[in-house]
Design a binder for this molecule. Structure first.
Ligand code: NDP
Length: 252
């Protein structure tokens, strides 16, 4: 199946993997009509601004996943643009990572990670759900897919409990494991509405978060992820935890 959502919203789109999502969606055979590239500080999002200046598709939208008022304002803006067609694809990409272990992690760091990496994606999904339902209703008999209506939560291999063999990275691992549970839960709760929900690990990618020693660049990661997106279909595709580059399932 070709990947052809008419509208996509990406959080944390000003750099790293989020920015590469914007570039790769623009390169699709049938690019979306709307790419809502969300970031905390649009004024200083220079890379995004240069992409948006030459495109009628890319809309830069202020959205801080820790700040409900920015999420609400973003939703109002997105809704005004979509003209009743709904939002096809929501990508919860924004996240933070501090390399803290058992002895040095603080309560505040744990709370901050949970707020950004788990609670944020839940609240963003909750706020935009009416637009996702609207999109699902445009093609009521089509199978669930990223082209019809879907929420993708950007997770990480180190959130896997079954594959954890090295310990450490407490706030990030725990908050992303919580995101995985939210993914599984939302997949069950939103199936009846025709909305697919799945978690995707992008590989170890050269970004601020992944660092310079990472294995792959953002383009390589995104090419894999986009082909996984294209394959996610119906009941088989929802409630899963995928390695975006290998295209294989990861154990929870
Ligand atoms: P980066 O650190 O390069 O980028 C993180 C993005 O999240 C930035 O745009 C940042 O915005 C944004 N962000 C952070 N906090 C908030 C917030 N409160 N509200 C809105 N945006 C926020 O990370 P990557 O691009 O590498 O990671 C993207 C996703 O992929 C993440 O979910 C990450 O966990 C996951 N991932 C990445 C891996 C890697 O190797 N890179 C490996 C496994 C998973 P700002 O510029 O304002 O700080």
């Amino acid at each position: 199946m070709a990947l052809c959502p008419k509208s996509v919203l990406i959080t944390g789109a000003n750099r790293g993997i989020g920015l590469e999502f914007v570039k790769q969606f623009l390169k699709l055979d049938v690019p979306p009509k709307f790419i809502f590239a969300c970031c905390r500080q649009p004024d200083s999002a220079e890379d995004l601004k240069s992409i948006a200046s030459g495109s009628s598709v890319v809309h830069i939208v202020k959205l801080d996943v820790q700040d409900q008022s920015t999420i609400d304002t973003a939703k109002t803006y997105v809704e005004s643009k979509l003209e009743g067609q709904g939002l096809n694809l929501l990508i919860n990409n924004a996240a933070v990572l501090h390399l803290k272990g058992f002895y040095d992690v603080t309560k505040q760091e744990m709370m901050d990670h949970f707020e950004t990496n788990a609670v944020g994606p839940l609240i963003v999904s909750q706020t935009f759900i009416s637009l996702l339902k609207q999109a699902a209703g445009v093609n009521p008999t089509a199978p669930m897919s990223c082209s019809r209506a879907a929420i993708i939560n950007m997770s990480t291999g180190v959130a896997s409990i079954s594959e954890n063999s090295s310990g450490g990275i407490y706030p990030y691992r725990a908050s992303k494991a919580a995101l995985n549970m939210l993914t599984s839960n939302m997949a069950i709760d939103l199936k009846g509405d025709g909305i697919l929900v799945t978690a995707v690990h992008p590989g170890w990618v050269k970004t601020n978060m992944g660092g310079p020693n990472a294995l792959i660049d953002t383009e390589t990661s995104l090419k894999g992820i986009m082909s996984v997106f294209a394959k996610l279909q119906g009941e088989e595709g929802t409630g899963k935890f995928y390695h975006g580059v290998k295209g294989e399932l990861i154990g929870w």
